[in-house]
Design a protein around this ligand. Structure first.
Ligand code: G6P
Length: 608
């Protein structure tokens, strides 16, 4: 998703803009650009399709500048080309934008009638020209012009703005898309998130919905509804090391390696006397005993974590639970309200559909809880209660450690629900919590230690174009995540099927040599899975099995076997997902894919 950076201060702004945009690359983008004042206070724009390096290549030497804005664009309106790249503007101003202006067509018509012409297909250029209208034609002050312009927009935006006649100021505005203001020594930044400025400062102000900011070297002033807002200066605790690759070839593999620690860190403060304790989060778990139903709403990998939780809430707490994709939930007139708990899961806390689903659930009177990784993000701030996962920054587009900590935390929450609802004794709960905290991270570490073995197996499928994951029960949900991981980074087409459903249609696609990965970690369902593997083998499939450490596998059951480390089946999902992540990673590596920045994908999806 688009990334924004801005700088005003004593240093060369162009260096900071490029460095900031590089740190934001993980969000996904397909063009980039910067606008900056040169030493003659002239406003320049450099932008190009493709990678940031193309922008750098257009400037033979780094221009001298102390004020500028920059942008990485993830195309929504118009192709990812040089003209549609941001910044957009007029001789009087430049603007960068993250979000979508939904009413841009009507505004464009209005501006065309006023004599404005447009060179790009973007909604952003419309916003820039509307601002020009209020600033140049209506002669409003900068702040009044931004207020008037944003009051006309429908949709979402985070904006960075420069006015040609004020080389000492960066303006910013936010509605629905994230933006922060970083404070350095006699310098300020604006940025989509803290990773963009972490190497320069940890001090920042969070911009809230509807706010407009004026940022100079020495000050950051913020207004909402034309009234000044006093903001608390926050300090980011993520360290820069964590936001860098630390010697690994890709962020994805670095982040997989961080899973054992991230799981322990997430759980540590939530276990007291061997039992779950969410008091430090300010979350009153008695609600888990009062509700009749839980709805888990999320997108992508976070939604798959929700599917794992559904099974756990059912088996440990007998709590009915529905899992829905946020973009479906919000438009399906959901039956949800008082008596329900709506849980939103989101790594970024900014996913547009998940945020909208949260707002809808609140409007309908449901209690809301969020599981979020990014502190202070929109979802975290708007939910009634929030449980932060402590994975640290996740940079690779393909989510790995975020899923592991989400599911580990959801397991702890399910144990708590089991206690509150009288379904688990304290002894049962304590046994489970102990295995979760003491054994599960170790088991994940042991899985990672067997990376070479998984690489060998992954190399066998790297040349294929279609593949099936099958599983039953909890393994079916793991299959969904394994399949998503593989397709997003290796571009191998894959499908996840409930193993029993395969024969109702899809088995027609299993022909000689097609790989089938069978997840077989649920003991009660093992024999059923073996029958399903046989069905695919009979059609010539090359079969891969993932099973428990002690599972007795009869000779010839599968062509390749990956065994999980010792762990109870209820917690197998943690080492199992790690194996699936490594499998996808090595398949993609063997195919020479751009693992951390897969084509067309964005890390943080802040548009619908
Ligand atoms: C994007 C990312 C996925 C992520 C999903 C939900 O599609 O590429 O990795 O699972 O958004 O993101 P969230 O931040 O809400 O967990």
């Amino acid at each position: 998703m688009c990334g924004i950076i801005g700088y005003i201060g004593k240093d060369n702004s162009v260096n900071h803009l490029i460095e900031g945009l590089r740190a934001l690359e993980y969000r996904g983008y397909d063009s980039a650009g910067i606008a900056f004042f040169d030493t003659k206070q002239k406003l320049n724009t450099v932008k190009a399709a493709g990678r940031l390096a193309n922008v750098e290549a257009m400037m033979q030497i780094t221009p001298e500048s102390h004020c500028g804005i920059g942008h990485t664009r993830w195309a929504t309106h118009g192709a990812p080309d040089d003209i549609n790249a941001h910044p957009h503007g007029t001789p009087s101003l430049r603007l960068v934008h993250n979000g979508i202006v939904e009413n841009y067509a009507a505004l464009k018509e209005e501006l065309t009638a006023l004599g404005y012409t447009f060179e790009s297909e973007t909604d952003t250029e419309v916003a820039a020209k509307l601002l020009d209208y209020y600033y140049v034609k209506e002669k409003l002050t900068a702040r009044a012009a931004i207020e008037r312009m944003t009051s006309r927009l429908v949709g979402s935006w985070a904006l960075g703005i420069l006015f040609a006649d004020d080389p000492g100021t960066v303006w910013a505005a936010r509605q629905g898309s994230p933006l922060i203001i970083g404070k350095g020594e006699n310098e300020h930044y604006i940025a989509s998130d803290i990773t963009a400025i972490l190497s320069r400062t940890r001090d920042y102000y969070q911009l809230d919905e509807g706010e407009i900011a004026k940022v100079t070297r020495s000050s950051a002033e913020i207004w909402k509804d034309s009234k000044p807002v006093n903001k608390e200066l926050k300090v980011a605790h993520w360290d820069i090391e964590a936001a860098e690759r630390g010697g690994y070839p890709h962020f994805m593999i670095k982040e997989i390696n961080e899973e054992p620690t991230a799981i322990r860190t997430t759980l540590h403060s939530r276990i007291k006397d061997g039992l779950p304790d969410f008091s430090g989060d300010g979350f009153d778990t008695s609600v888990l005993g009062e509700i009749s139903r839980m709805h888990i709403i999320a997108c992508g990998t976070a939604m798959h974590a929700g599917l794992v939780a559904k099974g756990l809430l059912n088996s440990l707490a007998k709590l009915p639970c529905e899992v829905e994709i946020a973009s479906e939930f919000r438009y399906n007139d959901p039956i949800v309200g008082k008596g329900d708990l709506v849980l939103i899961i989101s790594q970024s806390g900014e996913t547009a559909d998940s945020l909208a689903a949260l707002r809808l659930a609140k409007k309908k009177g449901a209690a809301t809880l969020a599981i979020v990784n990014v502190i202070g993000s929109s979802i975290a701030r708007e939910a009634d209660s929030v449980l932060y996962t402590m994975a640290g920054p996740e940079i690779a587009v393909a989510s790995t450690k975020a899923y592991s900590v989400q599911t580990a935390l959801l397991y702890l929450l399910s144990v708590e629900a089991g206690l509150v609802r009288g379904r688990l004794s304290r002894e049962d709960a304590a046994k489970r919590v102990s295995e979760l905290y003491n054994r599960a991270p170790e088991a994940v570490a042991e899985m990672i230690a067997r990376e070479k073995e998984i690489e060998t197996v992954a190399n066998k499928i790297s040349g294929c174009e279609d593949l099936f994951f099958i599983g039953r029960g909890a393994d079916y949900h793991l299959a969904a995540e394994g399949s998503l991981k593989l397709k997003e980074i290796s571009y191998i087409h894959s499908e996840a099927y409930a193993a029993g459903e395969l024969k109702h249609g899809t088995i027609s696609l299993v022909t000689p040599g097609v790989p089938v990965v069978a997840l077989c970690t649920v003991p009660d369902l093992y024999e059923k899975m073996v029958s399903n593997i046989r069905e695919t083998k009979a059609r010539g499939a090359e079969t891969f099995m993932i099973c428990g450490a002690d599972t007795e596998v009869a000779e010839g059951t599968a062509d390749h076997i990956i065994r999980l480390p010792e762990i109870s089946p209820e917690l197998a999902f943690l080492p199992e997902v790690c194996a699936l992540q490594l499998f996808a990673y090595h398949a993609a590596a063997a195919r020479g894919c751009d693992i951390d920045k897969p084509r067309n994908l964005a890390k943080s999806v802040t548009v619908e």
